[in-house]
Design a binder for this molecule. Structure first.
Ligand code: ASP
Length: 346
């Protein structure tokens, strides 16, 4: 019988994405997990104890939504004690949203959840999936000098970098190096060796049990500003039925027009109970809402600063807070506090 004692025990959760896709007359489509594993016999050479679960119908990640996030969270929660780490195989298109969502939903996570995928399907001649999968498995199995998991949070491991999940962004649709963390250092680099940037890794001084969260509230709106945006367009968006919060994509250091109709539309929305969260359109840097007059006017209209949060983290943090049964004042407080390392608050 095979000796599995002391072998890292990793659960792979296959959700779909290019990594496991096959060419069909209608374009690339997700395929099942056995096809994927048949094409990566090298995984066996790692000597790990690897098990897997898969979505009943693997998806292109453009179809990702909160009920699929619940499924991933449940797969991890149901198997949490049994495994050393988790590798989530996922399409790249919405990977940064899922990485952010899981960071909030897997409360008290103390084990590695490593998300990866690829730009070309495993099995293609010039593909990146094999390398990404093998690296992700190694990252999920890595221990620190105390024998604790090296990674104790949700990360994306892709090509040459390991980045914090709630800081990640997909920034190219063609390059193999598809993900970046623009406002927080990479947690590790993958080349001949996998090196970890230890001062930046999440560490916990407790062993609280995992507390999975399943109630994301998607009643939000992302409003992207541009020069020339009209009063009708702004007002129509702010009047969207059912929404409770708006992610306002502002210019530069969190700036927006100061025309009276615009500021009044925002402050009216705030007084109707909408939460408005300022998230810059820039990938690098963040809001300094008080730096310019144009930003300060937003503070006066009741808009909350998002500091250097990514839009992916802002969207999922808002869904998480709205689903948590908190008061509007409590939500506003959490929006300017780092919960899982998603923002830098000086
Ligand atoms: N459309 C694919 C997906 O996100 C792209 C990829 O995996 O790279 O599922």
């Amino acid at each position: 019988m095979e000796n599995t004692v002391n072998k890292p025990k990793i659960l792979i959760i296959y959700t779909g994405g290019t990594i496991g896709m096959v060419e069909t007359p209608d374009g690339l489509q997700p395929f099942d997990f056995s096809h994927l594993m048949d094409n990566v016999p090298k995984v066996g050479q790692l000597g790990y104890d690897i098990q897997s679960v898969q979505f009943p119908h693997p998806i292109d990640s453009s179809n990702m939504n909160p009920s699929y996030w619940n499924q991933i969270v449940k797969d991890i929660a149901d198997n949490y004690d049994e495994y050393d780490g988790f590798v989530v195989l996922h399409g790249t298109d919405t990977m940064a949203y899922t990485a952010s969502a899981l960071s909030f939903m897997l409360r008290n996570l103390r084990k590695p959840v490593v998300i990866t995928g690829s730009q070309l399907p495993i099995g293609d001649t010039r593909e990146d999936g094999t390398e990404n999968l093998i690296s992700a498995l190694e990252v999920a199995a890595a221990k620190d000098e105390n024998g604790d998991p090296m990674i104790q949070e949700v990360v994306i491991s892709f090509q040459d970098y390991i980045v914090r999940g709630c800081r990640s962004t997909k920034f190219t649709s063609t390059g193999f190096e598809a993900f970046r963390s623009f406002n927080y250092p990479a947690l590790g680099t993958i080349d001949l060796h996998i090196e970890y940037a230890k001062p930046y890794l999440m560490r916990h001084d407790d062993h609280l049990p995992l507390d999975p969260f399943y109630s994301m509230d998607p009643n939000i709106l992302v409003m992207w500003l541009y020069p020339g945006i009209t009063e009708d367009v702004v007002k129509a968006q702010l009047a969207t039925p059912g929404i409770k919060a708006v992610i306002l994509r502002t210019f530069g250091a969190g700036n927006a027009p100061t025309e009276q109709w615009f500021l009044s539309a925002l402050s009216d929305a705030v007084s109707r109970g909408l939460i408005i969260y300022n998230v810059t359109q820039c990938l690098n840097g963040g809001d300094e809402q008080k730096r310019y007059y144009t930003g300060d006017m937003l503070s006066k209209a009741g808009v909350i600063t998002g500091y250097d949060i990514t839009v992916e983290a802002a969207v999922t943090k808002m869904m998480f807070l709205l689903g948590s049964g908190l008061s509007t004042d409590q939500i506003k407080q959490y929006l300017t506090t780092s919960i899982v390392g998603e923002i830098t608050v000086e």
